[in-house]
Design a protein around this ligand. Sequence first.
Ligand code: ATP
Ligand code: MG
Length: 422
Amino acid sequence: MSEKIQSIRGMNDLLPEESGLWQKVEQILRSSLNGYGYQEIRMPIVEKTDLFKRSIGEVTDIVEKEMYTFEDRNGDNLTLRPEGTAGCVRAVIENGLLRGQAQRLWYTGPMFRHERPQRGRYRQFHQFGVEVFGLEGPDVDAELIAISARIWKQLGIKEVTLQLNTLGSTDSRALYREKLVAYFKQHLDQLDEDSLRRLESNPLRILDSKNSDMAALIAAAPVLEDSLDEADRAHFEQLKASLDQMGISYEINPRLVRGLDYYGRTVFEWVTTLLGAQGTICAGGRYDGLVDQIGGKATPAVGFAMGLERLVELMKEQDDFEYAAAPDAYLVLAGEQAATAGLALAEQLRSALPELQLVTNLGGGSFKAQFKRADRSAARFALVVGDDELEQGTMTVKDLKGELEQQTLSIQGVVDLLSSYN
Ligand code: ATP
Ligand code: MG
């Protein structure tokens, strides 16, 4: 035997025992967004490296240390996408989707970051993202938050809180930046290496530091709120009023700056205490400057992304979590004749019940062996076809939960029974 080839660290297989739950989550996400009139967009997984440098920002963790970047056979510099916003913005510009109209979009798929793998942090992970272009008011920000809140309800997630902040306009941030640099310069000896480097290039990023030695310093830093202008304040106040009216509670977190450069005004994160250090399940905000920065006509934009691994993990942490993937029925085919005829019978049932989840016994086996497989499949019913049933055009239905008596029914009778349990 040859040596086994293993998967790449931080990149996981999604196994059959989990994939049903993932499908359910994805289905709820899709139908929620479609329900608000948002449309799906699919972008390539690989983009030019420059796209991410220009959008996420050169002086960010992602661009400095986390991207999977390579030269292809033409010598072009390419990167596996670390997030979806940059590619989405590129796509809407390139395809002319911003001409005189708003766009409400969503996407989902794998993202790649070379981080230290741990619970809730992987090198290939999956996001569900939403982006709105061409609408500048706080009503959109509020709707996005309402969408995410509704999704938590549908997924049965209760232990999650909304953190909210405003980063102000570009001008307000410039003013704040000066104050912040002045503050950190008074405490140079307490800054770590990353922060010293960022002091000139990107001082706001220092607030996002995960270094606990700097937590006290950061906690005492000036807050952006004092630098906000009138329009920023009005935007934020209206957003909060909408949330209040919808009954969505939030905590204002003045330290929330987000790890990407393109945000301005509204930023938010949904966080939980149930997932250890990786507690953010959804993060987003407004990025009015980005479309222009990537070569489009200046267009306001706002969006969020959810981390699906963390979302699924959090669902499982809920007290009342319940999920069991099981087919409706398992077709037991007793005898050679039934083994041949069984496939046609299964097709007949599927035609009558398009939603039916039916596993057909393949590969023969004794009656006993087939029943064992039926049990293992966790199906509710075993449908048995043997010589007698074949002759009479019937099936014997055994309730594997043991609530109904065993009965022999016509095919139509089986269809009626199954449809009442579907
Ligand atoms: P964190 O602060 O946890 O590193 P981030 O600010 O880098 O997150 P975003 O770029 O805003 O995250 O991505 C949105 C969401 O995607 C996060 O809130 C999280 O749920 C998920 N996510 C980000 N990075 C990873 C990762 N390496 N593994 C799994 N999920 C991730
Ligand atoms: Mg990160």
